[in-house]
Write a protein that binds this ligand. Structure first.
Ligand SMILES: [Zn+2]
Length: 91
């Protein structure tokens, strides 16, 4: 198992895997940045549970997570706005 696979397992976020990791320094704080990728290339509409394969737009979301030893862990992952075939454009 590769290093990223271990981290993916530790993180335990369904539907995501850790595709990259880096350490950033912010003053005295050392941050471990985890870049998350989606395990599947499809999305679920949050309103009607319709399965959506095309996205309208996306942006990078950053979430503070727990500390790993001395590192503040930051999760970075893509948030998408989907184009639902039933409801039209939705977040
Ligand atoms: Zn929908």
């Amino acid at each position: 198992m590769q290093q990223e696979d271990y981290i993916t397992k530790l993180l335990g976020f369904q539907g995501f895997y850790v595709r990259d990791m880096e350490v950033e320094r912010d003053g005295d704080i050392e941050k471990a940045i985890l870049y998350l990728g989606r395990t599947e290339d499809k999305y679920i509409c949050s309103l009607c549970d319709n399965e959506v394969t095309s996205k309208h737009s996306s942006w990078l979301q950053e979430v503070r997570h727990l500390h790993i030893w001395k590192y503040q862990t930051i999760l970075r992952f893509e948030k998408v706005k989907v184009r639902c075939s039933k409801l039209g454009l939705r977040g």
